[in-house]
Design a protein around this ligand. Structure first.
Ligand code: FES
Length: 241
């Protein structure tokens, strides 16, 4: 797999350090997959792994948080600018196989991959989204989710606390989770009590994005696995957090 040059369709700031970058990409993308993105020719800045927020009609959208030099450069992109992309990478989720009542649980920018996942699910889907401050990217979920639950540590308009405090795995056939590891560990532990199947999307730092450098491994019951090609989706009970 090689990097290809694509064009920016739009790059929209949705809140403080949260942006949605739309790129002209014609690929077939599975929910949960990601791309390595760079808007620069050379290192020292490595390409950034950014999960697919949605994909349709030749436009792939990426929701991302500005956290360092690479994402800062991405945030400055304008329509028609060039971006180098490698992907789609990762196993993704075969959402069409999932039936019944499904909970999507996100923490912070972990909400990014959930939209494409919600779009592919046929069951009854509820979103549980936790934020540090005010929520973002929520409106687009209204079309695909029956119920939307929001928790915030600082915005008093919503449940004050962690999203895991208002989620009950007993109500669901399948749970899909993306966010900070302590939150995903908590969700997996909660799901174990009721034997509810749970999938987690790991978000480790990456270098090559193609399985070659071993820079992205996570611990599983079967030993170390590469998040970029063996994941980013894992059965929650397989991951050793
Ligand atoms: Fe190199 Fe995953 S980023 S092996």
């Amino acid at each position: 797999m090689e990097y290809k040059e694509v064009l920016v369709y739009s790059n929209v700031k949705v809140q403080d350090d949260i942006y949605v970058l739309s790129l002209e990409i014609e690929d077939d993308v599975r929910a949960g997959q990601f791309y390595m993105l760079k808007a620069w020719e050379e290192e020292p800045i490595l390409a950034r792994p950014i999960s697919v927020h949605s994909s349709e009609n030749g436009i792939v959208k990426f929701a991302y948080q500005v956290k360092g030099r690479g994402t800062k450069i991405l945030s400055s992109l304008k329509a028609e600018d060039k971006v180098y992309v490698l992907g789609p990478v990762g196993n993704g989720l075969y959402t069409e196989k999932f039936k019944g009542k499904i909970a999507l649980i996100s923490g912070g920018i972990g909400i990014a991959p959930m939209l494409q996942i919600a779009k592919g699910l046929e069951g009854e889907v509820d979103l549980y989204a936790g934020f540090n401050k005010s929520p973002y990217l929520i409106d687009e979920f209204k079309k695909y989710c029956k119920n939307i639950h929001i928790a915030s540590e600082r915005d008093t308009a919503y449940y004050r606390g962690f999203i895991t405090e208002i989620f009950n795995p007993f109500e669901y056939n399948i749970v899909i989770c993306c966010g900070p590891e302590p939150m995903m560990k908590r969700v997996v532990d909660m799901c174990k009590i009721y034997a509810t199947p749970v999938y987690v999307l790991m978000e480790n730092k990456m270098a090559c994005g193609v399985g070659a450098c071993l820079g992205c491994t996570c611990n599983t019951k079967e030993g170390k696995k590469r998040v970029c090609v063996d994941g980013p989706v894992f059965k929650g009970t397989d991951v050793v957090f």
